[in-house]
Design a protein around this ligand. Structure first.
Ligand code: SAM
Ligand code: SF4
Ligand code: SF4
Length: 354
C-alpha cells in the first residue's frame, strides 16, 4: 500500500480514509483561531518583528466560529479523530467557550466522540478553565518553558510572571481538565538548566511533560542548530535523577516519544522533530485563522478554504476539495532538513498554531 502511494497514485482506504502520496491518513487537525497573542516568545513571535505596527489579520478575514465548525465537521467526516484548538493564543479570541461548545459534540463516522483539546500559554486559564470545561473541553496543554520566574519572563517576551501561569494550571485541574499536558520548548543556554526542576514539579503535581526541540519554523526567530537541545539529552538528564523506560506509541502519528518513570510516578515525552524526524507517520493538517489549509508545519503555501466556503459550496464539495489536497500531499520537510542547502520560504509558527 505504501509503495503504491509513494508512486503517486491517489489511494483511498475504506478504513483509513484518504491517504496522501506517502500512505499517510488524515487523522489530526490543528485549528488556529487567531494569529494574535499576548506573549512575544522570541522563538515564535519575536517582539522586535511583531511590534505595535505589525498588521494582524482584520476581523473579517478570520473564519467565524460557525465557519470553523462547518470545516471541522467536514474534516471529521474524512477521518479526523483529533481536533486541537490553537493560535496565536486561542484565549485572546472572544467567546472561545462557545466554539468549544460547538465542536465538543462532533462524532467520527464510527460514532466515537472527537478528541478535542486546546493549546494555550495558560495566561487566561484562571478565569477561562471553568467555562471551557463546562462547554465540553476535556484536555488542555499549557506551554511553560521554565519555572524560574526570571527565565520565564524573558522567554515570554512580555515580562509575564510564571506564578500566573501556574495558577492557571491549578485552575485547569480544579475544573477537571487534568492531567494537564505541559509543553516545554528548550533553547540551549536559555532554559536547559531547568529540565530536572520541571520534571520534579510535574511528577509531584501529576502533570504530563512534553519537551519539544526548538524548530526552525518561520523565518524570524534566528534559529540555529546549536540552539537545539537534543531530545536524547533530555531523557538522559532526567533518567539520571529518576530511571525511565520507553513506552510504546499510543497510536500511529503520535509525535512524542514517551518514557515512563520506573517508580510509577507518571511519564514524560520528547518531541524530537529536529534530531529524529517523524514525517513518515505525520497524519496532521493545519487550518490557519484565515482558513488556509497547510499540510506541513513548514509549508510556504496554504490552500484557501475560505473562498469556497464563503462562495457557497456544499459540504460534499468541500470534502472533495480537502480530500484532493490531502491526496496530493508529499511533505516531509523535517526528514529533508539535514540535506537542505538553502532556507526555503516558510510561514510563521503563530499563524499555524504549532
Ligand atoms: N499560544 C499557544 C501556546 O503557546 O501554547 C498556542 C500556539 S503556540 C504556536 C503552540 C506551541 O508551539 C507552543 O507549545 C510553543 O511553545 C510551540 N512553539 C512555538 N515556536 C516554536 C519553535 N520555534 N520550535 C518549537 N516549538 C515552538
Ligand atoms: Fe504566543 Fe504561543 Fe507563540 Fe508564545 S508560542 S508567542 S504564547 S503563540
Ligand atoms: Fe509533518 Fe511536515 Fe513536521 Fe514532517 S515536517 S512531521 S510532514 S509537519
Amino acid at each position: 500500500m505504501l509503495d503504491q502511494a509513494v508512486q503517486g497514485s491517489i489511494t483511498f482506504d475504506g478504513r483509513l480514509g484518504q491517504l496522501d502520496r506517502r500512505g499517510r491518513a488524515l487523522r489530526d487537525l490543528r485549528i488556529s483561531v487567531t494569529d494574535r497573542c499576548n506573549f512575544r516568545c522570541p522563538y515564535c513571535m519575536p517582539g522586535d518583528v511583531f511590534g505595535r505596527d505589525y498588521q494582524f489579520l482584520p476581523r473579517d478575514e478570520i473564519l467565524s466560529y460557525e465557519e470553523i465548525h462547518r470545516l471541522a465537521e467536514v474534516f471529521v467526516g474524512l477521518g479526523v479523530q483529533k481536533l486541537r484548538i490553537t493560535g496565536g493564543e486561542p484565549t485572546v479570541r472572544r467567546g472561545l467557550p462557545s466554539l468549544i461548545a460547538m465542536l465538543a459534540p462532533l462524532r467520527t463516522p464510527e460514532n466515537e466522540p472527537v478528541d478535542l483539546a486546546l493549546t494555550t500559554n495558560g495566561s487566561a486559564l484562571r478565569h477561562l478553565a471553568r467555562p471551557l470545561a463546562d462547554a465540553g473541553l476535556r484536555r488542555v496543554t499549557v506551554s511553560l518553558d521554565s519555572l524560574d520566574d526570571q527565565v520565564f519572563r524573558r522567554m515570554n517576551g512580555v515580562d509575564f510572571p510564571v506564578a500566573k501561569v501556574l495558577d492557571g494550571i491549578d485552575a485547569a485541574v480544579e475544573a477537571g481538565l487534568g492531567p494537564v499536558k505541559i509543553n516545554v520548548v528548550l533553547k540551549r543556554a536559555e532554559n536547559d538548566g531547568g529540565i530536572v526542576q520541571l520534571a520534579r514539579w510535574a511528577r509531584e503535581a501529576g502533570h504530563i511533560l512534553r519537551f519539544i526541540e526548538y524548530m526552525d519554523v518561520g523565518t524570524t526567530n534566528g534559529w540555529r542548530l546549536d540552539d537545539v537541545v537534543p531530545a536524547a539529552e533530555v531523557v538522559e538528564t532526567i533518567a539520571r535523577e529518576w530511571p525511565l523506560e520507553p513506552l510504546d506509541a499510543g497510536y500511529r502519528g503520535e509525535v512524542a516519544e514517551r518514557w515512563r518513570y520506573v517508580d510509577g510516578r507518571g511519564e514524560i515525552g520528547v518531541i524530537a522533530s529536529v534530531t529524529q524526524p517523524f514525517c513518515g507517520d505525520c497524519t496532521r493538517a493545519r487550518l490557519s485563522a484565515e482558513g488556509k489549509l497547510y499540510t506541513c508545519l513548514f509549508s510556504a503555501i496554504g490552500h484557501d478554504l475560505r473562498a469556497p466556503l464563503r462562495g457557497g459550496v456544499t459540504d460534499d464539495q468541500l470534502a472533495g476539495l480537502v480530500a484532493g489536497i490531502w491526496a496530493g500531499r508529499d511533505d516531509r520537510y523535517s526528514e529533508r532538513r539535514a540535506a537542505a542547502t538553502e532556507r526555503l520560504p516558510k510561514i510563521e509558527m503563530f499563524a499555524l498554531g504549532g
